[in-house]
Design a protein around this ligand. Sequence first.
Ligand SMILES: *Cc1c(COP(=O)(O)O)cnc(C)c1O
Length: 365
Amino acid sequence: MTATAPALEFSTTFSSSPVPAERRAEILANPGFGTSFTDHMIMATWTPDAGWHDAGLRPYGPLSLDPATATLHYAQSIFEGLKAYRHEDGSIWTFRPDANGTRFQRSAARMALPELPVESFVESLDLLVRTDSEWVPSGGETSLYLRPFMFASEVFLGVRPAKHVTYSVIASPAGAYFASGVKPVSIWLSSEYTRAAPGGTGAAKCAGNYAASLVAQQEALVNGCDQVCFLDAQERKWVEELGGMNLYFVRADGSITTPSLTGTILEGITRDSILTLAADLQHKVEERAVSIDEWREGVASGEITEVFACGTAAVVTPLGRLAWNGGELRMGDEPGPVTQEIRTALLDIQYGRAQDRHGWMHRIM
Ligand SMILES: *Cc1c(COP(=O)(O)O)cnc(C)c1O
């Protein structure tokens, strides 16, 4: 359960029936998001006595689960999401994988799951991407999306932390997250539902947070919006984040503000990177509480000129409209200049077109 646990040794068993090259090329030509998977996966097991063991790469395939597998009942389950990028010279890189590994440990601690050494987390990604490197698409904003996850695999119906835990990584080629490209998205302000409460699991990347957000997302769709924005659970006053992305506000003077981390906001690595990048670009950067009234009044008065969301999957996405029960606010039909500047700066580092001044890129091959 400690960060100093010895790093894992990964065995390798290669697939004897990989997807034929022709079919793979078809998939890579139009990857969509989260629908096709590579030829291999990572698996490892944890038990209290043996710690992490049986770690290896093996052919991608279904898991066989006993109906009493604990995670199916009590959702002791966490995940991560990051991307492998192919650079112009053919090399393949991930972006701050150690930050994902550290967050994975924090999520594990919150959900009473064992911590995986960050070194083993990064190594497992490297091994999977190296093995399935032909699945890393090239060109445009394509990538290989990596999904590490961990769940209670003990067969037991009692409510307590599982004594058998499974770690796995799967990989899926990805095109742009929103089919509409960088067009501004519309956001539904949920007044009925909240995402996270003080003392709850909002800062952990756990499966249950997403389960709890789905009805709010459905409400957004019914109201003609793409995504939900959640307010804080206590006062229903402070802007927190979207269902899977953090928020930034751009002001008329070029400064940018993001809601401060209060334990109920997921600590996005994109959010964190933008704090640094925006400062590099000479923007004044602020982390502080932003109320929904400040958002509405700021857009109305012209004090807030752009609002954007950020996360690994969608990178940086402009918000065009905020709608709620009884009203709406328009923020522009085109991406704003600061949103575009930050989006380009981040993508240029990730795709190797700009110097990596902060040592964020990790070369796999
Ligand atoms: C994963 C996630 C984010 C974005 O985090 P990144 O590390 O930037 O991908 C934001 N909010 C929630 C709720 C998330 O689950």
